[in-house]
Design a protein around this ligand. Structure first.
Ligand SMILES: Nc1nc2c(ncn2[C@@H]2O[C@H](COP(=O)(O)OP(=O)(O)OP(=O)(O)O)[C@@H](O)[C@H]2O)c(=O)[nH]1
Ligand SMILES: [Mg+2]
Length: 329
């Protein structure tokens, strides 16, 4: 999963990036890949002592504003979600800044669609449905409505998908606050909700300082600031929720691994995520809920109690399912 951190100059994007990386020396021009902490993976690692352990990861880009130049746009395009960082430590107008960020994305989307429509009108009649859809989306942007708020069918989303439109992507808004900034956030929280985004407050400066403290002292500091968890954990949790992801697990002596997939995905999709051969030759998915394995880490015992199930292609994979795909190619 990839997330583009955008925001106005000086909003604290790079400070957040560094806090996420755990180092004030991080090179913010590079993609930053962080592991998603997962207690289930820790337990399975302990149990199997495998050759390799693969946590889910999230990659962040620090994308300076304005985001129109090709390199910046490229990073937004390849991201699954956009996160605006709002400056809430120097107390600018949060709503105004939020809308400015929205405008930037919409202007860039408009330009992409305008170019395409100009080409389509010269082409065959077959492309008219696409042109109509694009015109409808452009109309929405002219009314300052981001595309994530437009009612679109699955089929229409498929047509739009190759353009990777920025204002259609799930949105996370991170208010970069200094300690007391919470009271300033009430109205912008409402506005973000109206725009279909999720909202999170983080004191990036504090979080970055926290990285210099020994691990065992951090929890106490966080608690004194009124936070239940470190900013990094809260950003990652928000990202998972935003993209509606769950993780299934695979395990064995060779590898223990977490695989993020869209909530509601079938066993067949899960198999294909591991390898296309597993989807092609899919026979059955052996499913053990993580909690069962955690309580009784023995396949033999679990079989006796009927906790290991065999499921078909259509089975909807649940968060924490331990899967073993039976296949033949
Ligand atoms: N007090 C306080 N200062 C912060 C916070 N976050 C960032 N700053 C300061 O604000 C300034 C700008 O922060 P950056 O993280 O460099 O901002 P940026 O968005 O990357 O800025 P550009 O890359 O220049 O667009 C730096 O001097 C930071 O130390 C914060 O949460 N609290
Ligand atoms: Mg910066």
């Amino acid at each position: 999963m990839k997330i583009a951190l955008t925001g106005q100059p000086g909003s604290g994007r790079s400070t957040l990036y560094k806090a996420l990386s755990g180092s004030s020396n991080a090179d913010t021009s590079k993609p930053l890949t962080v592991l998603v902490p997962d207690e289930r993976i820790d337990f399975l690692k302990e149990h199997w002592n495998p050759k390799s352990v693969v946590n889910a990861t999230v990659t962040f880009f620090d994308v300076p504003s304005p985001c129109f130049n090709p390199k910046n746009m490229g990073r937004i395009k390849e991201s699954n979600a956009v996160a605006y960082v709002l400056d809430n430590y120097a107390l600018g107008n949060l709503e105004e800044t939020f809308l400015q960020n929205e405008s930037e994305l919409m202007i860039s989307d408009f330009a992409i669609m305008e170019k395409r429509v100009a080409r389509l009108t010269k082409e065959s009649k077959a492309k008219q449905a696409e042109a109509q859809l694009l015109l409808r989306c452009m109309d929405s942007i002219e009314n300052e409505i981001p595309l994530r708020l437009v009612n679109l069918t699955e089929q229409e989303l498929d047509i739009l998908s190759p353009f990777s439109l920025a204002s259609l992507k799930p949105l996370l808004v991170i208010s970069n606050r200094s300690g007391e900034g919470i009271s300033e956030e009430k109205s912008v929280t409402e506005l973000v909700k109206k725009h279909g985004g999720a909202f999170l407050g983080i004191d990036s400066g504090f979080e970055l300082e926290l990285c210099d403290f020994p691990e065992e002292e951090r929890a106490e500091f966080l608690e004194s600031m009124g936070f239940a968890a470190a900013g990094k954990a809260r950003v990652l949790t928000a990202a998972y929720a935003l993209l509606d992801l769950v993780s299934f697990l695979t395990m064995g002596k060779d590898e223990v691994r977490a695989w993020p997939i869209k909530r509601g995905s079938s066993a067949l999709i899960a198999a294909g995520t591991i390898h296309s051969d597993l989807a092609r030759g899919f026979i059955r998915a052996q499913v053990t809920p993580y909690n069962s394995f955690h309580n009784t880490p023995s396949e033999v015992e679990l079989r006796k109690t009927g906790s290991v199930g065999l499921q078909g292609k259509e089975y909807v994979v649940q968060d924490g399912d331990i899967l073993e795909i039976k296949f033949s190619v």
